[in-house]
Design a protein around this ligand. Sequence first.
Ligand code: FMN
Length: 130
Amino acid sequence: MNNEIEISKNTMIVSETDTKGIITYANNDFCEIAGFTKDELIGQPHNILRHQDMPKSAFKDLWEKVKNNQTWNGIVKNRCKNGDYYWVNALVYSVEKMGRKRYISVRVKPTKEEITNSIKLYKKLKVKEI
Ligand SMILES: Cc1cc2nc3c(=O)[nH]c(=O)nc-3n(C[C@H](O)[C@H](O)[C@H](O)COP(=O)(O)O)c2cc1C
């Protein structure tokens, strides 16, 4: 509980959502790292992973970008089912699948520097939220 899970450089966490952020696909790396089964993830809102240290503005920016068909890239701290957490470098973009809009996220291991910078930035942004 509350421990950092360091993802390996070979890990690629992929998920897909509908336009409301409901998970429609999760790959094996996603399930393994976050500690959920596919059944527990599919049909759930993506904020199932939301970590309290993440500022609201990061996700506001993400949603604005993908809704406008722009790609969002950011460093995200996510919560595992058991309360542990992991950092990812995430890319989020929209696709058209059989006439329906879907959002895809692909996440890889961030650098130590990206994590350190994000910790500092997100702390500042969280203070502003209160
Ligand atoms: C494709 C996609 C992937 C997302 N991945 C994550 C994620 O890994 N972690 C996370 O906390 N939110 C993720 N989100 C954002 C959530 O939908 C949500 O906006 C965020 O967790 C904040 O929760 P809230 O909107 O209830 O405040 C993702 C959204 C999309 C469209």
